[in-house]
Design a protein around this ligand. Sequence first.
Ligand code: ATP
Length: 312
Amino acid sequence: MKNEFIVEARNLCKSYGSFQALKRVSLQVRRGEIYGLIGDNGAGKTTFLKLVAGQSYLTEGELLLFGKSDMSEQNRQRKRMGVLIEEPGFYSQLSVEKNLEYYRIQKGIPGKEAVEQALELTNLTGVRKKLGKQLSLGMRQRLGLAIALLGEPELLLLDEPINGLDPSGIIEMRQLFNRLCREKNITILISSHILSELEQVADLYGFLDQGILMEQIRRDDLQEKCSNYIEIRVSDPERYCVLLDRRLPGQKYQVRPDRAVWILQPEESADYYGMLAGEEGIGIYELEQHRVSLEEYFLKLKETSRASQGIQ
Ligand code: ATP
């Protein structure tokens, strides 16, 4: 079923003693989507994932897994999940293959093909004989993922799986997540403290700060908010727009108040847009390149959220 919620939190709260790690968090993860939970260290990401994984219990609110809120029913539903939270645990003296075989038996998964499938999905087939202690960080993360993938889970919970990887390792992991989601229809809930690590990966982002879910935003909307644009204020915006249509057909723009035109996702440099106006004798009052990075967007969101609560 499309649009089915695999995970749904309703006003979820989690306290450790008097400390509130999650404050009325409401979020929804849909089947077949990748959900990116973004937040600084200590924001509450691991706490949330542990609640979903059944490694910890909520204090208040409601959590639905595969549409079920009943605790014993949820424990049954958890067999449909693969979990990678914190350091992937495996045996350093055992090979990649033997580690997977160990976990297959421990999880009660019949048939050795499960190991082959996990090796193949995570591109570990070539290093199957390597011992756990001989693996690079990227390979260790992939082995952790392979263990989580045993038994063909419908939902993967991944806590900071790209933390510490080098740029090519990050790209490889991103491709893998996309493949698992698009080809295997696995729903993925993934956390990161670096928004740009999950750029182009998640369909929906949830921004968490100090236990509060500040915003849920779809990838396209986020991209739009973080897009680049050039602002040019000219003496004759109408004529300038006709010129734009003629010279750069396809170029998106918006006419703004005060004789400003915003060139959205510019195809050319700012100088080019100024030169265009100059060539036609259109006066230029202002020409400025605006860029909002993903990190700036997140920072701004935090500032606004904290200010509204009177926190520094
Ligand atoms: P990180 O990326 O550092 O793991 P996080 O977003 O996953 O950060 P959590 O590990 O969920 O954050 O921690 C949220 C807050 O709850 C932190 O202030 C942490 O110190 C606190 N916390 C987590 N686990 C416990 C615990 N068992 N007892 C007391 N406080 C805890």
